[in-house]
Design a protein around this ligand. Sequence first.
Ligand SMILES: Cc1cc2nc3c(=O)[nH]c(=O)nc-3n(C[C@H](O)[C@H](O)[C@H](O)COP(=O)(O)OP(=O)(O)OC[C@H]3O[C@@H](n4cnc5c(N)ncnc54)[C@H](O)[C@@H]3O)c2cc1C
Length: 443
Amino acid sequence: MATPSSIVAGARRKLGAGPPRYSAAGLVRKGLSGDSWPRVWRDVELKSSYDVVIIGGGVHGLATAYYLATNHGITDVAVLDKAYLGSGGSGRNTAIVRSNYLTPEGVAFYDRSLTLYNTMATDLNLNVMFSERGHMTLAHTDGALRTMNWRAEVNKLQGIDSSVIDPTEVGKLAPSLDVSGDSRYPILGALYHPPGGTIRHDAVVWGYARGADHRGVEMHQKTEVLDILCEGGSGPDGKGPGGRVTGVRTSRGDISAPIVVNCTAGWASLISDMAGVKLPIHTRPLQAAVTEPVKVFLPTVVVSGSLHVYVSQTDRGELVFGASVDPFNNYNVGGSLEFTEELAGHVLELMPGISKMRLLRQWAGLCDMTPDYSPVMGDTDVDGFYVDVGWGTYGFKAGPVSGEAMAEAIATRAMPKIIAPFHISRFATGELVGEKGAAAVGH
Ligand SMILES: Cc1cc2nc3c(=O)[nH]c(=O)nc-3n(C[C@H](O)[C@H](O)[C@H](O)COP(=O)(O)OP(=O)(O)OC[C@H]3O[C@@H](n4cnc5c(N)ncnc54)[C@H](O)[C@@H]3O)c2cc1C
């Protein structure tokens, strides 16, 4: 039954006034009242047409929807996900953010994302637990040290706080690391990037979903896209170059839409094939693992390219480990014993002192790998069909800037400068944005 407070809440929602705000005491009262909590996003009927359909309810699809509504007033938007919001890489990643990439294009792009992450808690009115704890990439060989110096110089030229430090400084920042020089892979130095850190991935997904919902965007979970409807193209069923998109076929019926955006990461090539757009993308699983919680002892994120491992410690005390992608194409997200064994061996090379800690869980997600380790973003040869894919192992940190730029590309029908280098045409012109040196270890 409608109560005065539910009417006010409804009015706030219609006016786009944002989520209800509770004082500390109000929060406790609400918790004890037995009333149900308001839904974070609405559960509405799926319509038969929208101005924009976004496929994929991860951070990229949701951020694109949020910025379409917030920055451009485009609110007749549906985000479709075959499972639940955040069920892909967005809810499976190790939550590391940084901008110390290798190319000027990459650095500028990821730095804009960090700027947006910095104000996200206020913008979305949600504690996203951003922890700017610093990010350290170890060098174990002269070659690796050379790459770190190269990255540091590119970073500094772009105004990014990033420098090469020696083993003594590494030891001060992370005393648990073996910096003795006696190990099989001695630490010769590191690229240190103070603005890097971690942010809670689920909160980012929920925050964008809630923000988009309050501006009128619809989220439809358990709605699988089975085909993309096109006309006028050179391929079968009017798909392919020269055509235009007219909508999508879903497990819940057809939807017409002049604009369809592919934000499906690990499934990106399957979806693009449905529009007759070929992507140079392979899908590979990436595994991660977490230990039991212990007293916090690791204040910064530590990465080793040579050992294919990275580690950070959560506020609860668990160590979160990641590695490089599995060396074969697959859509399976099960974990493997080979991964655990290799991970343990490599981690103990770095931190012999944690040998007694127990691993609690391991998991995997799908990564859409491109040849140059940079994304594929913007419009395609099929009018109205946009892609925001090729996120490999590094797309979580790029969610905000990607959403902002994709929304602008769709609203203005022009490619924003910040994502122009990532257009699909680079694979024809050969102007690749080579980021392997800064993105090969998955995070
Ligand atoms: C273990 C692991 C660790 C990682 N660590 C980091 C890290 O520390 N930092 C970082 O920046 N990045 C990291 N990444 C990468 C990052 O998680 C991804 O690049 C990012 O989450 C991609 O987001 P997205 O929104 O593009 O796609 P996703 O979050 O994968 O969302 C795609 C969605 O599309 C939906 N979908 C697929 N097919 C269909 C269909 N036919 N119809 C409807 N919906 C469909 C899926 O259900 C899914 O929810 C990591 C990834 C993994 C797996």
